[in-house]
Each structure stands twice: as structure tokens, then as C-alpha cells.
Design a protein around this ligand. Structure first.
Ligand SMILES: Cc1cc2nc3c(=O)[nH]c(=O)nc-3n(C[C@H](O)[C@H](O)[C@H](O)COP(=O)(O)OP(=O)(O)OC[C@H]3O[C@@H](n4cnc5c(N)ncnc54)[C@H](O)[C@@H]3O)c2cc1C
Length: 391
């Protein structure tokens, strides 16, 4: 067994490292906090928008894509190297993921020519997209969505409500899941529409996180007129599009979660040393257990990647999102405990480490919910990986 990268892959890494050394903006070098959040009030700071465009223009935005889509046609192994290098350096690719990570591949796979032409601007970040899936009564059970789109000749009329819509307040367009056939079984009556966010009848009400950031929103649609040509894929064929994601990145999506968890474990070790808790046997054991978990997760990630690269499925990966998000939450909680009595205080004057651990602890809950909650992930592991019957 060869446990090393080949010369072409090392050359790819060297080119990436040279590019990052030269071009990474100072704001990104300064580093995000643990959860990848940058300070400041802007939802997506201008420097981060410029950085995404720079990555795209140099073929480093989505390296597995061709140059006209911000890539360089690289192999899956090189994509893994790319994702690892970006995560190790904690360099972000974008401040708004839906456009490049979800909308771009979906448009390329399901869109007509005019819709595919929207993909480069989505990947470069010139157009900001939001995803309208969740509704007040449809989250985990997405197929229960009720936002209604009625086809009237050459246009649809949309009425309903979305919630938890990330970036809705700055988005140019919404990739919106709507019910077009209320009489059909629920998975079969859903379609996808591209909706311009400045259309009359759209109201966006920002929702504020516990950290005081407001980067998602409720979106209300009242008699919103959408041209028929904005339908993506077949009418009532929207369910197939829900799975849209970057196929060549899917096998490496665990990398960022694992790298972030490893960085948190490293910070726990430093914190224990600073606070003198490194001599506390219980704290030592818990940090060691976190380290062991991080190492196991990385090994499991590579195992799954190796299966994928050889053309097999990688069931391990259904576990990675669940494992890294839950492990991160537990690690931040441990950090708060190591800080002592002020560990749960966010006030920068009183909070230990300027509230860094508690703030990250708050933010870490989002990762256990967004993109499928931990309970739903456990159901998937139970049924699809372990072959257990539906509960
Ligand atoms: C930071 C963040 C960003 C988000 N961004 C977007 C976005 O851009 N666009 C968008 O459309 N949505 C977005 N969401 C919404 C997200 O997809 C939903 O919150 C998620 O799917 C859960 O749905 P829900 O909140 O309606 O909870 P529910 O589905 O109502 O679940 C409530 C609780 O019940 C549990 N549960 C539900 N069903 C089962 C089951 N079958 N078995 C066991 N337990 C179950 C859940 O795990 C959860 O604990 C975002 C969420 C977060 C936190």
C-alpha cells in the first residue's frame, strides 16, 4: 500500500500553496474564529467577495470544474488536496456557499441553456443566491412544503413562506422549491423556480442568531409573478433536484469539518496549559479522547475517499457530518468548562478568552441542524449504512 501523494499531485499542491502565499488577503490570513465567522457587521464582507472572484479567475474556486467555471479540470485526489490545504490554512472560498455549492451544480445538471449560463456568475459569487427549501412546517420533512406556485399561461404566481433562508437579505436570486401540483403525492408535486429577489410581492424579514448576527431570514411571497422560463427541470420534477451538490467535491466535504475539529482540539490543549487545567486528570482524559476522535475521523474520511476514488460507494461519509458537528459542539463546551466560572460569559471585558469558546459553542448548534439535523443523519446511518428497519 502506498501512503503518499504522487509527483503530479505534489506539483498541484505546490502551485496552490504558491498561489495562496501570494494572493491570500490579509483579512483571511488573520483567520476566522473557531466557527469560521469573521468579525464585522457585514453579512459578506467586500474583501471576501473580491477573494471569491480572485479564486475563480485563477481557476482555484472549484478546481474540478473547467476554467470557464472557475476551475482547472483537476482529479478527485487533487480536489482532496485542495480542500485539505484550504482547511489547514483556514482560508475561506466564499462568504455565501449556496451559489457555488448548490445552485451552480444544480443549474449545470438540470438547467436549460439560458439557466446554465447563470452558473459562472453563481460560482464566482457575482450573483448571490439563497435556497428556499425550509418552511415553518417543512424542514426535515421537506416534501411537506406548501409554498404554492400556480401556472397561469406564461407565468407562475407564487404564494407562501420560507424560513431560515440563509443570505436572503443580500440575495439577488432564490432557488426556490414550490408546490405546483397539490393533488399529487407530496414528493411528486414539487418544482424548482428561479425567483428574482427584487420581484414585487417578496418580503424579507431577517432573523437574528443568539450571537446577534442576522444572516438568515423569513421570506414571504404574495402573488409573486415568475416567468415560466424560470422553471428549472421538468414541471413537478423538483424532488430529484433536492440532492444537487458538487459530485467531485462530495467525497472531500468532510475535510473542513475534521480540520476545524482538529484545530479546536489544538486550541483546547493550549487553553488547558494556560489555565493550569493540564494537570487535571479529568480534563486531560477528555482532551485526549477528543484528540483520539479527531484522528479516527480523519482516518475514516480517508477510508471513504479511497473507496470513492476506486469507484465504490462511501457509506462512511454519511457519518462524517453528524460526527464532526456533534464533536465540535462537545469540544466548545469543554473549552467553556476549562475557562472556569466566566467561561459562559460573552461580554469581552469579563468573558474568558473574549467569549470565544461560548460564542463558538452557540454557533456550533447550527451545524448540527443545517443541511439535515443530527437526528435525521442518525436515521440515515441506521437505515442506509447499518441496514436497520425504519423506526
Ligand atoms: C444555520 C442554518 C442555516 C440554514 N439555511 C437554510 C437555507 O439557506 N435554506 C433553507 O431552506 N433552510 C435552511 N436551514 C433550515 C434547515 O434545513 C432546517 O432547520 C432543518 O432541515 C431542520 O428542519 P426544522 O428546523 O424545520 O426542524 P424539524 O424538521 O421541525 O425538526 C425538529 C426536531 O425534530 C427532529 N426530527 C424531525 N424529524 C425527525 C425524524 N424523522 N426522526 C427523528 N427526529 C426528527 C429534528 O432532528 C429536530 O431536532 C438552515 C438552518 C440553519 C440552522
Amino acid at each position: 500500500m502506498r501512503l503518499a501523494w504522487g509527483p503530479q499531485d505534489e506539483a498541484f499542491r505546490a502551485e496552490l500553496v504558491a498561489f495562496l502565499d501570494e494572493h491570500t488577503p490579509p483579512e483571511a490570513r488573520a483567520g476566522a474564529d473557531f466557527m469560521g465567522e469573521y468579525s464585522g457587521d457585514e453579512i459578506v464582507p467586500q474583501w471576501l467577495r473580491d477573494w471569491q472572484a480572485t479564486l475563480f479567475d485563477h481557476g482555484w474556486m472549484i478546481p474540478g470544474y473547467p476554467p470557464e467555471l472557475g476551475g482547472r479540470n483537476c482529479t478527485p485526489v487533487q480536489t482532496l488536496i485542495y480542500l485539505e490545504t484550504m482547511a489547514e490554512r483556514r482560508v475561506p472560498r466564499s462568504g455565501h456557499f449556496p451559489g457555488y455549492a448548490i445552485v451552480t451544480p444544480s443549474l449545470l445538471e438540470y438547467g436549460d441553456d439560458a439557466q446554465r449560463a447563470l452558473a459562472p456568475a453563481a460560482a464566482r459569487g457575482d450573483t448571490v443566491w439563497c435556497i428556499g427549501m425550509s418552511e415553518p412546517d417543512a424542514g426535515s420533512d421537506l416534501a411537506g412544503l406548501k409554498t404554492r406556485a400556480e401556472l397561469r399561461g406564461d407565468h407562475f404566481v407564487v404564494n407562501g413562506q420560507k424560513v431560515w433562508t440563509s443570505y436572503a437579505q443580500i440575495a439577488d436570486k432564490c432557488f426556490c422549491y414550490v408546490r405546483t401540483d397539490p393533488a399529487a403525492p407530496k414528493h411528486k408535486g414539487i418544482s424548482v423556480l428561479i425567483i428574482d429577489m427584487d420581484s414585487p410581492g417578496i418580503e424579507v424579514r431577517p432573523l437574528t442568531h443568539i450571537t446577534r448576527k442576522a444572516d438568515f431570514a423569513e421570506v414571504f411571497f404574495t402573488d409573486v409573478v415568475v416567468p415560466r422560463e424560470n422553471l428549472v427541470g421538468p414541471l413537478n420534477g423538483g424532488w430529484a433536484i433536492t440532492q444537487g451538490s458538487l459530485a467531485h467535491e462530495r467525497a472531500g466535504l468532510w475535510v473542513e469539518g475534521v480540520a476545524r475539529f482538529e484545530q479546536t482540539v489544538g486550541a483546547l490543549v493550549e487553553l488547558a496549559r494556560r489555565t493550569g487545567r493540564d494537570r487535571d486528570p479529568v480534563a486531560r482524559r477528555r482532551i485526549a479522547a477528543a484528540y483520539e476522535l479527531a484522528t479516527s475521523l480523519r482516518a475514516l474520511g480517508y477510508k471513504g475517499f479511497a473507496s470513492y476514488a476506486q469507484g465504490s460507494s462511501a457509506p462512511e461519509h454519511s457519518y462524517m457530518k453528524l460526527a464532526t458537528s456533534e464533536a465540535g459542539k462537545a469540544a466548545f463546551e469543554l473549552g467553556m468548562e476549562l475557562c472556569g466560572a466566566y467561561g459562559a460569559v460573552t461580554d469581552p471585558d469579563r468573558g474568558q478568552e473574549a467569549g470565544r469558546w461560548v460564542t463558538s459553542f452557540f454557533v456550533s448548534f447550527a451545524n448540527t441542524i443545517a443541511g439535515g439535523s443530527s437526528e435525521i443523519q442518525r436515521n440515515i446511518v441506521a437505515q442506509r449504512v447499518l441496514g436497520l428497519p425504519r423506526g
